[in-house]
Design a protein around this ligand. Structure first.
Ligand code: PEP
Ligand code: MN
Length: 336
């Protein structure tokens, strides 16, 4: 339901109304459409006596929608979401590159990679401690020790952290992680998504490798419906009949999702292609079609990596890519 607010209402009065409706158990937020200020509610307020809430003073008109707006939609939030990740913004014109190894392998490894990617201009450091591996016999990540090493890398580099959470019972262990990643395999793990809806921390929601845009957005909606509206989407490729690449990187998702949602969208060309030689062209293409950021796997010695070495850039290749991204972003200034 949308409440069209009277012209001339001050920001503080509008915010007070939002708080009032929230206090009554509604999801509520301010939005704008065609120059009009709106108060959007997540369900009809038909059972409420708006007059008792002083409506004549602030209410211009009511728009009752049969299907209340989804929180991922532009109808819910009329401007692009900007998410603050430990002081670095993403979305609404802010672009960030997240870089680091697939898995944290040792203290020295993650600290050295963190320092290298920071020097090249990465905004956040990634590293997996709990790894979703296809085989139970493959390296599963260092677990708690991996998170401890990530914290040391954060202290040494000042870079905010991104790490994948697979089980909501591990939430306490992720306290120092700034952006919680939900991997492709867990995109429809509704227990995990619901638990993350109660967390006061941004979530990076990767696309499942066999999921449609609609399903992906509904998974984001699960998190947002719980109260956590800080969700970033990450396109990481889907499974198609093509076997030459690990996945088919669906860059069409960027402009399509831009039409469907206010949430920031980033691209992971590492998992999207599975091959280091393809990461640079696809990263540039992702930036060119309007992604809000990139996630790139970087390893100090890709041949010896314990996971995903084939798709990892070494720090030198990452540095060259960052130079190109910066030039591309500079010439795109004002385009998207
Ligand atoms: C990862 O980021 O290392 C990862 C496992 O990604 P995905 O869930 O996209 O496969
Ligand atoms: Mn990986």
């Amino acid at each position: 339901m949308m409440l069209i607010l009277k012209k001339g209402l001050g920001q503080a009065e509008k915010e007070a109304l939002v708080q009032r409706f929230k206090g009554l158990g509604y999801g509520a937020r301010l939005s704008r459409k065609e120059g009009q200020a709106l108060l959007v509610l997540d369900r009809p307020a038909s059972s409420l006596d708006l007059k008792k809430l002083g409506a004549p003073a602030w209410l211009e008109d009511l728009v009752v929608q049969e299907d209340p707006p989804k929180k991922v939609s532009w109808a819910w939030k009329g401007e692009p979401s900007q998410i603050d990740l430990g002081g670095r913004k993403i979305g609404g014109g802010h672009f960030q590159v997240i870089a680091g190894p697939c898995s944290v392998e040792s203290r020295d490894q993650i600290v050295a990679i963190g320092q290298a990617v920071k020097a090249s201009g990465a905004g956040l450091l990634r590293g997996g401690a709990y790894k979703p591996r296809t085989s139970p016999y493959s390296f599963q990540g260092l677990g708690q020790e991996g998170l401890d090493f990530l914290m040391e890398a954060k202290k040494k580099t000042g870079l905010p952290l991104v790490a994948e959470i697979m089980d909501y019972r591990d939430l306490d262990k992720f306290e120092g992680v700034d952006l919680l990643q939900v991997g492709a395999r867990n995109m429809q793990n509704y227990g995990l998504l619901k638990a993350l809806g109660k967390v006061k921390k941004p979530i990076l929601l990767k696309r499942g490798f066999a999921n449609t845009y609609e399903e992906w957005l509904m998974s984001a909606e699960y998190i947002m419906a719980g109260g956590n509206e800080e969700v970033i989407l990450c396109e990481r490729g889907i499974r198609t009949f093509e076997t030459h690449t690990r996945n088919t990187l669906d860059l069409t998702s960027i402009p399509v999702l831009r039409e469907m949602t206010h949430l920031p969208i980033i691209v992971d060309p590492s998992h999207g292609t599975g091959k280091a030689s393809l990461v640079e062209p696809m990263a540039l293409a992702a930036a060119a079609c309007g992604a809000d950021g990139l996630m790139i796997e970087v390893h100090n010695d890709p041949e010896k990596a314990l996971s995903d070495g084939d798709q990892a850039l070494d720090p030198q290749a990452f540095d060259r890519l960052m130079d190109k991204i910066k030039s591309l972003r500079a010439c795109m200034e004002g385009w998207v």
